[in-house]
Design a binder for this molecule. Structure first.
Ligand code: NAD
Ligand code: DAU
Length: 332
């Protein structure tokens, strides 16, 4: 049996990964999570205690991190500050968790010689023009735009340097926008779904022409497990499922699936420095590891996600008012 340490396992993608690992393998998982506003223990509550331990702590706390890494066979590092709008408002926690936290983990992994997988984002590559036929590949230059994406880019570069300088047994993955259950209501899709459930109109930044490349969280999890088990040490893999959609189309789909007029949304002021388009070319992951997405139909996945939020109001309601108060202050 493998002992996995999963940082940020009480967040959106981390908790989906823990569910996936418990269903698909016989590994034991220890979650290390600070339970910031984005962490929620309820996302793990249905999992068996015999397979999942929870440790409340900061990934930048070397004492806790060393102790946990020493008894792990592998570490998957999800913990991060993740919301672009928050990073524009207050970048400091992004530096602390994404840069210092990753550094702390890397030093522990180096000391104990533990296999490490680093979770990152396509945003490290900056953005593409709307009419560009190209997509990001593993060879794309780093060109991050926001405080969030620059700290993620910084953490990727630390991992690359630790691999080269210290021979760290590591891999990196950069994934596109995830959707699915357990995503915080600050993010685009859950915000609009829960607005509609509350009788409020969805909020579209600017004209809604920006494009995101959507992937179901379970497909992200299956790709990460594949890379952890079969990926080549020292390599970076891009994860994406050919899910490009502009934001206006996504809002219209949510409204239509929920039985409302497709134009029943508000246009609100745009995000500063708003990246235009992300798009992933996942050829390396597909060709080298044989990975395929199991949820390629975005509309079907979106409908299932809407049902999940309809059925889990007690999970999201506690965060909704504070989130909307934050957006109200920004005029968004
Ligand atoms: P999230 O904000 O939902 O969850 C982050 C989790 O990390 C929370 O549980 C939080 O409590 C925890 N955390 C924050 N600071 C911590 C600290 N100092 N110590 C320990 N735990 C801490 O984030 P998410 O959307 O699930 O993203 C997880 C990872 O995946 C991040 O590294 C992010 O960059 C990456 N990623 C996200 C997406 C996406 O679409 N959401 C896409 C690609 C990559
Ligand atoms: O690409 C991967 C990244 O995807 C991850 O690294 C980030 O952690 C994750 O938050 C996500 O970043 P985005 O900035 O793309 O996600 P967000 O959900 O904040 O916004 C998605 C798009 O929707 C973006 O173009 C902004 C727009 N938007 C967002 C909100 C919250 C709106 O139009 N209205 C909104 O209310």
């Amino acid at each position: 049996m493998t002992q996995l340490l999963v940082t940020g396992g009480a967040g959106f993608i981390g908790s989906n990964f823990v569910h996936y690992v418990i269903e698909q393998t016989d590994h034991h998982v220890t979650v290390l999570d600070k339970l910031t506003y984005a962490g929620n223990l309820a996302s793990l509550s249905e999992l068996p205690h015999s397979r999942v331990d929870f440790v409340h702590g900061d990934v930048a706390d070397a004492g806790i991190v060393e102790k946990l890494v020493a008894s792990a066979d592998a570490v998957v590092h999800y913990a991060a500050e993740t919301h672009n709008d928050n990073s524009l408002n207050d970048p400091q926690p992004f530096l602390h968790t994404n840069v210092v936290g990753t550094f702390t983990l890397l030093e522990a992994v180096r000391k104990y010689g533990v296999r490490y997988h680093h979770i990152s984002t396509d945003e490290v590559y900056g953005d593409l023009e709307l009419d560009d036929s190209g997509r990001f590949t593993e060879a794309s230059p780093y060109n991050p735009s926001s405080p969030y994406s620059s700290t993620k880019a910084g953490s990727d570069l630390l991992v690359r340097a630790w691999m080269r300088s210290y021979g760290l047994q590591a891999t990196i993955s950069n994934c596109s926008n995830n959707y699915g259950p357990y995503q915080h209501v600050e993010k685009f899709i859950p915000r609009q779904i829960t607005n509609v459930l509350r009788g409020t109109r969805p909020r579209l930044y600017g004209e809604g022409l920006n494009v995101r490349d959507w992937i179901h969280a379970d497909d992200h999890s299956s790709a990460v497990l594949e890379i952890l088990e079969k990926g080549r040490i020292g390599e970076t893999y891009l994860i994406g499922a050919d899910g490009e959609k502009d934001n206006k189309t996504v809002v219209e789909l949510i409204l239509t699936i929920m039985g409302l007029d497709a134009d029943a949304y508000e246009n609100v002021p745009d995000r500063t420095g708003h990246d235009l388009r992300y798009a992933i070319d996942a050829t390396k992951l597909r060709d080298e590891l044989g990975w395929r997405p199991r949820y390629p139909d975005f509309e079907q996945g979106l409908a299932a996600t809407i049902e999940w939020y309809r059925d889990h109001e007690s999970w999201w309601a506690p965060a909704k008012d504070a989130t909307e108060a934050f957006y109200a202050r920004l005029g968004q």
